[in-house]
Design a protein around this ligand. Sequence first.
Ligand code: ADP
Ligand code: ZN
Ligand code: ZN
Length: 816
Amino acid sequence: MNTHYCNVALPVPLRTTFTYAVPEALRDAVQPGSRVLVPFRKKSMVGVVVEMAEEAPAKAKIREITKVMEFGPALTPQLIELARWIANYYLAPIGEVFRAMLPPVTELNLRREIILTAEGRSAAESLGGGELSHGLTAAEAAFLKKANAKKGPVSFSTATKMGISSAALQRLRRLALIEIRETLRDTQRKSHTIVAWKGFANKTEKPLKEKEEKVRALLETERGPLPMAQLLKLAQASRSAVEHMLSEGLLESWEEPLDSAEDPFDTGYMAPAHALNEEQESARKAIRARFELGEFGVQLLHGVTGSGKTEVYLRCVQETLARGKTAIILVPEIALTLWIGRQCRSWFGAKYEGVAVLHSALSDVERAREWWRLRNGEARVVVGTRSAVFAPLQNLGLIIVDEEQENSYKQEETPRYHGRDVAIVRAKSEGALALLGSATPSLETYHHARNGKYDLLTIALRVENRSLANVEIIDMREDFQKTHESSPISSALHAGIQECLAAGTQALVLINRRGYSWSVLCRSCGASVQCVNCSISMTYHKSRNRLECHYCGSIQQVPKQCPKCQSKYVYFFGEGSEHLEERLRKEFPGARIARLDRDTARTKRQYQETLGAFAGGALDILVGTQMLAKGHDFQRVTLVGVISADSSLNMPDFRAAERTFQLLTQVAGRAGRGELPGRVLIQTYYPEHYAIQDAVKQDYASFFEREMHFRRMMAYPPLTSLANVIVRDTSLEKAILFSRKLSEYFSPHDGHTVRILGPATAPLARLKKEHRFQFLLKSPKRSILTKLLSGALIYCDAQEIPQTAVLVDMDPLSLL
Ligand code: ADP
Ligand code: ZN
Ligand code: ZN
């Protein structure tokens, strides 16, 4: 085939690929899946080759590929297919899908070696007195003979000395005569320096220089602590400038190991390996039986909290590896990759080569290293958050999605994919088994399990027949009547914590918001301080002494008077985690307390320190946001307090009840996991709601029935398919105009196969300076929605509505 062109997907918000010419010298190197550097408009950009093409579109001016980034293709054909599926299903630009799949482009120090395949060896041996096979050139044949004589791998520099060109090597590889192995060379460097913002130590707060401000913004609000090299690049700052800030006490720095296998977190750690109990064993057998079929399947492991699901997962992974296949374990939180990663390293790290870990708190270099270790087959298991579903493993046997109901599996920016659903699609295309685990399955998943679409495996009891924690409701209205105090900590919770401290056990206190208070109100006129870019009230952060918008990151000074009416009676309203921590310190002065939320934990080290200290008994009380509710196995926790259980019920969202039920059940699952029984106190203003009532009883079946009834009545998922379409623009006029045009397209389609609601003002009417309107599409068949929406997007192009102005969220988790 005459493939002098190729179609490249670029990380731009456009739903097309771009055709480039492949220069002669790169012809053997460019393949589908290769990352290439190309000129785009006035810049250079890294994209992915989606397919080779014989011809270029006639009218366009075709430019050439500049460079091939890696020797081999970054993506396998299966992953390219998966990307296409995502682009179609979620109506996302393909270039953005690839961006989500691939690790950051970093300069890794790779060692490339050439290994002769069995076929290569026999070809070399049959090359007798000069006759050539496989259409080889004399130079290629000579190289094969020399390489064969060397027995071991041949390094690239040796190959060059042997007089072979890189293009010829590519050809030999295509003929499957050689393999090229890339390994990381950088083994001398065991750690790297992480730099973090420390704050203004001396209260004078001398104004920062422009460069310094950039460093602060990156480290404090935009990205969190960063490796030195990455910081210098992003801030375009000099090393001496950063070192000056370090010496001024504005920044702090420390060393972190580069290789997760060298993590001090692992030192002396022995993973528990219990003999499985009867229920665990029968689940494992059912999974194995399915696995033995060697074909695609989905199983739901529905096991109550503390039923030992992890132990079942690990054994299934072990069997997968033993059969020469690979496995992905998805977890909903970065913190959980630490626990499960450690258990995996302890179980299989040594025997089955490496375990890789992938999540967003890794630095670019770490992420790229882990990714290429998987790509090159150096690691055969990966533990990671959402995007690890794209891990470039070959010969995939098993994908586990732990806590499959978690919202964090849904990416809330383009491409808006759901990690669990993509896991199932990937398992299907690779003939693998998808194992979904949960104590509180999503309604979708449980619905499929009940229909027989998925296998249902149940573990009804906690390990060693431990009882579930005892859950009590504290009606905050009554509490206030009694005490007339407006503390976020009720008298019952106070007493409970006191008991814990006296007994020497631990307490976990959860609150769903970070910051000090989530609203700043004026007592005179009732105005609240809103973000300048969003229709959202600003959150007060006391330690940083400022207001922050949790949606766009903008900051404001703390007002001394009302910005509207100048009244001096401004007050802070609605407790956040920072406030709660302060309050606990006041009420329990002797206790050892720490807080874990996105403000205190932004790097692996910070997570490890706090979680490690708590698990090790160096802390009495841990305060945190919902990142603490999931999955953790703290053995000495006897009390869990939930500050405002109902705040999630008040969301204008059809999943509010489901979310509340899941959160409370999960939280309750953190107590009483060891030998000591657990107690859970739920503070609420809305104790009669069925989500709270069923959570107290930890009765999933009852909740499922009631919630399905509601979904059926209202025609909501899982009984119907849903798509949310947001139309947005910084100009209100344009946003209205685009909505009206789109509405003209939609209205003739509104009927009994599709219901189209809107346009209406979106619940978040303004976000990041954009005005937003919303359409809601419902249909009993998802394919109808997909078809209608792809038509709508073509129509938008024709109407010159910018592609960025229309945002499609297929299977939305939230309608905000
Ligand atoms: P889940 O994920 O279902 O909430 P975990 O997998 O975290 O539960 O297990 C809870 C605890 O029970 C862990 O400390 C684990 O080591 C322990 N465990 C698991 N299986 C057994 C068993 N068969 N016997 C005793 N303890 C077990
Ligand atoms: Zn006012
Ligand atoms: Zn904002």
